[in-house]
Design a protein around this ligand. Structure first.
Ligand SMILES: [Zn+2]
Length: 404
């Protein structure tokens, strides 16, 4: 297939071509008229550029479907343009505290193959990286993707990450990962370029790009799994704070005399509402250890104890969220992570707490919604991290991959 395509993509470096690719890259698909509106280029210029891009195979045409076909259309729907999703691929790796998720997706963020493996990620970085490399090999084989066509691997870590330097801040949260050149180790093990970010930031990126908050500009994403984190998008851009230290929402103080947290403080939100706390609470009454998915399943079957545990977690998170909402002023709060699969059992008490503890002006138009991507948000966000790099980077990497 590669042989039938022209090998020179020099034009991709031309500004107007890049702007057209950028619109398609950001929006997924667009009509010629939409591209002209978005870029400010004339219809004729757009037409000429699109014809060139179609000839290379980088851009394809497809008939409008679903929502885009309905938008006030009478008669024939417009032909939409998109980047050929199979021209390049991206890999995502999510190192959660106790499991590793890996997936490969095409340019349209369509996941082609996916793996999950249990692992003590916090205390065994070396083993976790090696296991992730095996899982990446497996998904590439299953999807039939050549490693040369992989633009890069996005990696989610459950710790504050200096996004620019690709390093983890020294903290008690991921003991075996601190002080290592994680970026270099991952690049060597995975055989691709690597970009690293905090898991909640990536969950937010996924929900803003392809999930529950695609229309909102001021978004707080809160993830509740074995840890609790927040990712913020302010005026459409991720907000990471100084060197990536923002969003450590799980370590907001709830009770100065509370249980010792893994971060070294006492009474953090995580000690009340994260997976291990909920499991311990439920275990006390039933004498059984449950995972979060098991706890959620029990509650949905009508089990009173598990429902109460989840509802109380919702109240605690809502109380902390009231502070976040008061300061940040988001229009949408997206609740993700494994516990969000409990739906209204979690969200109803959370909304009640936010309404009660935040000032009315902050909550009048606020919506608190479940994430669309559940426990997979950070994984999808890791892939999006690679695919949402600047168009210049993506376009030239695609060109290289297609020429190879
Ligand atoms: Zn803590």
């Amino acid at each position: 297939v590669a042989g039938s395509r022209p090998t020179s993509f020099k034009f991709l470096r031309e500004h107007n071509h890049l702007r057209v690719v950028d619109v398609l890259h950001r929006r997924g698909e667009a009509s010629r008229a939409e591209i002209a509106r978005q870029t400010g280029l004339s219809r004729t210029t757009v037409s000429t550029i699109v014809t060139e891009l179609l000839e290379t195979g980088l851009v394809i045409e497809r008939a409008a479907t679903g929502a885009s076909a309905k938008e006030g259309q009478v008669g024939r729907p417009p032909v939409l343009l998109a980047l050929d999703p199979t021209s390049a691929y991206a890999v995502g790796v999510d190192f959660d505290h106790h499991r590793i998720l890996v997936a490969v997706a095409d340019l349209s963020l369509q996941v082609l193959a996916e793996r999950e493996a249990g692992w003590d990620v916090d205390h065994d970085a070396t083993g976790a990286i090696a296991r992730a490399a095996e899982l990446v090999d497996e998904v590439l084989v299953e999807a039939g993707v050549d490693r040369d066509r992989v633009l890069g691997t996005g990696v989610a870590l459950a710790a504050p990450v200096d996004h620019e330097a690709g390093a983890i801040h020294s903290s008690g949260v991921l003991p075996s990962w601190v002080g290592r050149d994680v970026m270099a180790e991952l690049q060597a093990a995975l055989g691709t370029e690597v970009r690293i970010d905090n898991d909640a930031n990536l969950g937010a990126l996924a929900e803003v790009t392809r999930g529950a908050a695609t229309k909102a500009r001021f978004v707080a994403y809160v993830s509740i799994s074995s840890g609790i984190g927040a990712g913020l998008a302010i005026d459409g851009r991720p907000y990471r704070g100084f060197k990536g230290i923002a969003g450590e929402f799980g370590h907001i103080l709830m009770d100065p005399n509370g249980t010792l947290c893994r971060c070294g403080n006492r009474g953090c939100l995580e000690t009340l509402a994260a997976g291990p706390a909920l499991s311990a609470l439920y275990g006390t009454s039933r004498g059984v250890e449950v995972t979060i998915p098991e706890l959620v399943a029990l509650a949905q079957e009508g089990d009173a104890g598990s429902s109460r545990v989840i509802a109380d977690a919702g109240l605690a998170v809502g109380q902390a969220l009231a502070c976040l909402v008061t300061i940040m002023g988001p229009e949408t709060v997206v609740v993700g992570g494994e516990l969000s699969e409990a739906g209204e059992i979690l969200l109803e008490p959370m909304r009640r707490a936010v309404l009660r503890y935040a000032p009315p002006a902050s909550t009048r138009e606020l919506t608190i919604v479940p994430g669309a991507l559940g426990g997979r948000a950070s994984l999808i966000g890791a892939i999006a991290l690679v695919l949402t790099q600047s168009t210049e980077v993506v376009a030239s990497r695609i060109a290289e991959a297609m020429a190879s």
